[in-house]
Structure formats: structure tokens, C-alpha cells
Design a protein around this ligand. Structure first.
Ligand code: HEM
Length: 450
């Protein structure tokens, strides 16, 4: 829509400006949501979306250039606001039909999404990166480009046998939701006197059921090490033979509503910390990367030798990617697989990291991993913890059609990360306090669709 490329940041920004500046033929009324179509129909033609004709069922209405959806129950306003919208949306392609019923609008401060049921399944079909916060009893949606989600693209593909790409813009959404204010008490001063009742009042209509909360699409944590390869590695230290025991669920992940899924082609390249690798390599320790993780070769740089970095491939557990209005606003959860063991026979410790997850989420960006340690003969069972805090300030990822890459993201030990890598003090050894610098990392999120 708008003829905009999906992958490059500049055209996207231009695209957005064009969308936001498109004049509205008329504004949405109270408790109405209006979608000014990105591709208005010409003449008497029916509007289309991704080549399929788009019609609506009452009380929703459509013109050649806009769709108006109306609330069928009192909206619920709050940090997450929800409105049940009457009517249906129908896409037709040849003899195939996709009907979206029980429409619901969900708005947070960061995003607005439109979901509906297809058969018995609820699908979040469209999403905009503009959210809204209610003021009193009223919530005004900021105008935003409503784009097809990855789930919406899959639903259209399976129902219509048609490919409409994730991120295709349906139109610009706007509207106002108003929660009914408390009814004025009868006989309030100033107003006209109430009319006398001439017929028996109808029994009060049952209060409409509040809309069921729509949970954001959760992105699962990976389970135990997904690589079933037999353990061919025996560490020359306090080894953990065989697969690691399952770690707990770990820190909560942000509830992203993805615009794309993240595939196994994703990668993380990270050295953890150069001096740590130096310590192991030069003072009698060893490291081993396996189950998909790999240790790159040491290289000579202009500033001297640099130790090889670890690469971790994407896990089979699907991550999530939310394409922002600009690349700097992109958010992602990238699950990785592979395991790295840091062993020191003479100092008597082993630190194992596996199943890393990189979360790119503004100030909450972090690296989570399963950490299985044996510092001094006592095994600390595998536990999923935040290893590092990431500083995304000033980092702008680069996008291609199917990848988004964050390069050189500064990382620092979290308090759990500090505990995983620091000696206890009894047998000597160094430590990294929380906040101490780790190596910057590079993560590539491969997307399931452009
Ligand atoms: C018998 C026990 C241990 C001895 C004798 C020992 C000895 C040492 C020595 C001599 C250094 C300084 C290396 C240098 O920079 O020149 C060092 C650094 C360090 N040790 Fe140990 N260590 C022991 C146990 C541990 C344990 C259990 C841990 C926890 C995983 C640990 C973590 C560290 C860390 C994080 C450093 C700092 C490495 C850096 O420079 O970045 N050590 N240790």
C-alpha cells in the first residue's frame, strides 16, 4: 500500500509521513473507529486489500475510501484499553472468503491492534505502532498506519491462498472511545424538568458483559536445551556430563505483539568479556562451544591479538520482532541455542551458559541465559537468569528485507551475571561487579517475511 518498500528505514518513514498526512474525508464520531483506506477504490469498485475485495457487515459501514467500525459494548479504558466492535470484515478472493467476526480493538500506550475470530480462532490481524492513554472517560486514538501482522498474513494465505505481506498497510486508523460517564441524578439543578412518564418503563436491559481481556501474544521461553545431540564433550574440570537439567522459566519476557516471527537463521555473536577469555586461555583454563554454538578463530587486529568470539544460532523456539516506525524503535526477542563451557581445572570451577535469549526492548534490553555453575566443588543447578543489561541508547539497527541487525550493543554484568562469573573469594579469584562492562554484542534477527 502507498507503494512503499517494506525493508528500508527511509522509505518507511516517508511512507509513514504520507500515511499520517493523508487528509481524512471526515473524522470518526464518538465510539467509532475509522480506517482511512490506503488504497481507496476507484469509481464504483469495492475497496481491496492485498488484491482481495474488502466488505463489511453491519453495523460497520464502508465507503470507497474508509471503513467505520462502531463499539457494540462499553469500551474498557485503562493501561490496556479494549473495545468490542460490531459487524464483521470480509475479504474475498475468487471463490474463497475470509470472514473476521467478533472484532476487538486493543490499545496500549505503544500500540493498537485489531483482532477478530476466524471460525473459532482469534487472530490479531492488524496493528499500528501508535497507542493512546485514556484521559478521564475518553481515549483518543492517535492516527497510525494499521498494518497486517505476521499472523494476519498467515491467516489470509491459508484462507484465500493469497500472499499479502506482513506489514502491508490497510489504512490509517483514528477514533475516540468514551466510557459512559456516571448518569446524572434525576432532579439535578440546571437541567430541564424530566418529562412525565406515560407508559410503563421497559425493564432495564441487562448490562453488557465486559469484553474479555485480550492477552498480548506471549512469546514463550525456550525449554531445556533444544539440541538433542549427544554430549561428546568432557570438560577437564567439574564437568556436567550429558544434557543440562532444565532451568526454570527465568525472567519475564516483554509481551510483544509481533509484526514478524524470528527464524532459526538468527545469530548472536558475543565474546562475553575479553579479559575473561584471556584469563581462561592463559592461566590454564579451557573453553568449549557446542550444541550449535561455535568459537571463532583468534585474529590479529591493528591494536593487537583479539580472541575469537562465540556465535550462537537461532533456536527452534520462535522469537518475536516488532517493527517500529523507525529502526531505533524496533523491539525483538531472539532465542538462541548452543552452549559454552568455561572450565578451569586448577582453579576448580566451571561456568556454563546455554539457551541465550537477547531481548531488545529499549531500556529493558538484556541477555538471558541458562547458567549452570560449579565454582568450588558445589554444583549450583542450572538456572535461567538475566546475565547482562544492554544499553540501546544510540544504537540504530540496520534493516534488510528479512533481517534486522543490532551491531556493537554495549553490555554490562547484571547482578545475577556478576554472581555467575565471580569467584567466591575463599579460593581467591577475581570478580566482576554488577555494571562492569562486558563485550559489546551483535545480534541478527532473521524475519519470517519481508
Ligand atoms: C582456587 C581458586 C582460584 C584461583 C587461585 C584464582 C586465581 C585467579 C587469578 C590469579 C586471577 C587474576 C588473573 C589476572 O588477571 O592476572 C583470577 C581472575 C579471575 N578469576 Fe579466578 N581464581 C580462582 C577461582 C575463581 C572462581 C571460582 C571464579 C568464578 C567463576 C573466578 C573468577 C575470576 C574472574 C572473574 C577473574 C577476573 C578475570 C579478568 O581479568 O577479567 N576465579 N583468578
Amino acid at each position: 500500500m502507498f507503494g512503499c518498500p517494506k525493508s528500508l528505514s527511509l522509505p518507511l518513514v516517508v511512507c509513514w509521513v504520507v500515511a499520517a498526512a493523508a487528509p481524512a474525508a471526515h473524522a470518526a464520531g464518538e465510539n467509532e473507529v475509522r480506517i482511512a483506506l490506503a488504497s481507496p477504490a476507484k469509481g464504483k469498485a469495492t475497496p481491496t486489500f492485498g488484491g482481495a475485495t474488502l466488505t463489511v457487515g453491519r453495523p460497520a459501514t464502508a465507503t470507497r475510501s474508509a471503513i467505520t467500525l462502531r463499539t457494540s459494548a462499553a469500551p474498557r479504558l485503562g493501561a490496556t484499553s479494549q473495545a468490542v466492535l460490531g459487524g464483521s470484515l470480509t475479504l474475498r478472493s475468487g471463490k474463497r472468503t475470509l470472514v473476521l467476526r467478533s472484532l476487538r480493538l486493543t490499545t496500549t500506550t505503544r500500540a493498537t491492534s485489531l483482532s477478530g475470530t476466524v471460525g473459532r480462532r482469534r487472530v490479531t490481524m492488524l496493528q499500528s505502532r501508535t497507542g493512546a492513554t485514556p484521559r478521564g472517560t475518553r481515549l483518543t486514538l492517535r492516527r497510525g498506519a494499521l498494518k497486517l501482522t505476521a499472523a494476519g498474513s498467515r491467516t489470509i494465505r491459508s484462507a484465500l491462498r493469497r500472499t499479502v505481506r506482513t506489514g502491508t498497510t490497510l489504512g490509517v486508523i483514528s477514533g475516540t472511545l468514551t466510557r459512559a460517564a456516571t448518569a446524572p441524578t434525576t432532579g439535578a439543578t440546571g437541567g430541564p424538568a424530566p418529562l412525565p412518564t406515560v407508559t410503563a418503563p421497559a425493564p432495564p436491559a441487562p448490562a453488557p458483559a465486559p469484553p474479555a481481556p485480550i492477552p498480548p501474544v506471549p512469546v514463550p521461553n525456550p525449554g531445556p536445551d533444544p539440541d538433542p545431540a549427544p554430549n561428546a564433550y568432557t570438560a577437564p574440570c567439574l564437568s556436567q556430563p550429558g544434557p543440562l537439567p532444565a532451568a526454570g522459566a527465568g525472567p519475564a519476557l516483554p509481551a510483544l505483539v509481533p509484526t514478524h516471527a524470528v527464524t532459526t537463521a538468527s545469530t548472536l555473536t558475543w565474546g562475553v568479556r575479553e579479559s575473561w577469555r584471556w584469563y581462561l586461555k592463559n592461566l590454564g583454563g579451557t573453553t568449549a562451544a557446542w550444541n550449535g554454538a561455535a568459537l571463532g578463530p583468534d585474529v590479529m587486529t591493528a591494536s593487537g591479538p583479539a580472541f575469537g568470539l562465540y556465535t550462537f544460532p537461532g533456536a527452534t523456539t520462535t522469537g518475536a520482532y516488532v517493527q517500529g516506525a523507525t529502526p531505533a524503535e524496533d523491539r525483538a526477542i531472539v532465542h538462541l541455542r548452543g552452549r559454552v563451557d568455561f572450565c578451569h581445572g586448577t582453579h576448580g570451577f566451571r561456568v556454563t551458559l546455554s539457551n541465550l535469549t537477547v531481548v531488545i526492548d529499549g531500556a529493558s534490553s538484556q541477555v538471558i541465559a541458562d547458567a549452570d555453575t560449579n565454582h568450588d566443588g558445589t554444583l549450583a543447578p542450572n538456572e535461567r537468569v538475566k546475565i547482562a543489561d544492554l544499553n540501546l541508547a544510540g544504537i540504530t539497527p540496520t534493516r534488510t528485507a528479512t533481517t534486522t541487525t543490532w551491531t556493537g550493543v554495549p553490555a554490562a554484568f547484571s547482578s545475577d551475571g556478576s554472581a555467575v562469573f565471580s569467584g567466591t573469594g575463599s579460593g581467591g579469584g577475581g570478580s566482576y561487579p554488577p555494571g562492569a562492562a562486558m563485550d559489546p554484542l551483535t545480534v541478527v534477527a532473521h524475519l519470517d517475511a519481508p
